[in-house]
Write a protein that binds this ligand. Structure first.
Ligand SMILES: [Zn+2]
Length: 120
């Protein structure tokens, strides 16, 4: 039984986007209430009846959230250009080594705008 599970996380952070055109509003320093989903996928062991404990997703992801929450993202190594696209790749790179079932990362910069990264 192949299943896909997700757990959502939130953080508040500031950024500016240096590759946007001069005068674009995203060039100015501003903040977001970011949300992202950690999506895992795999086969359920019939004897267990579940894929992974959601608590395990929380345990491996919360240290990563603490590196982002209430920071200026542009100052974080690897996030000098913190677009949603680059944030989703950065999150993938942090989580994949400790979460082999990781299937995708979905970053919501606003309630209506999201970027999904499914890995290399
Ligand atoms: Zn922004």
């Amino acid at each position: 039984m192949l299943v896909r599970l997700s757990k959502s996380f939130r953080f508040e952070a500031a950024h500016d986007l240096p590759t946007f055109p001069a005068g674009h509003k995203c060039r100015r320093l501003h903040g977001h209430s970011f949300k992202f989903d950690v999506v895992v996928e795999g086969d359920v062991d019939p004897a267990k009846g579940y894929l992974i404990d959601y608590g395990e997703l929380k345990a491996v992801t919360e240290p990563v959230v603490r590196r982002l929450d209430h920071y200026y993202l542009n100052e974080i190594t690897g996030l000098e250009n913190p677009t949603s696209e680059n944030i989703s790749v950065w999150l993938w790179n942090q989580l994949k080594p400790v979460l082999p079932l990781l299937s995708s990362i979905i970053v919501y910069e606003t309630c209506t705008s999201a970027c999904e990264y499914k890995g290399p």
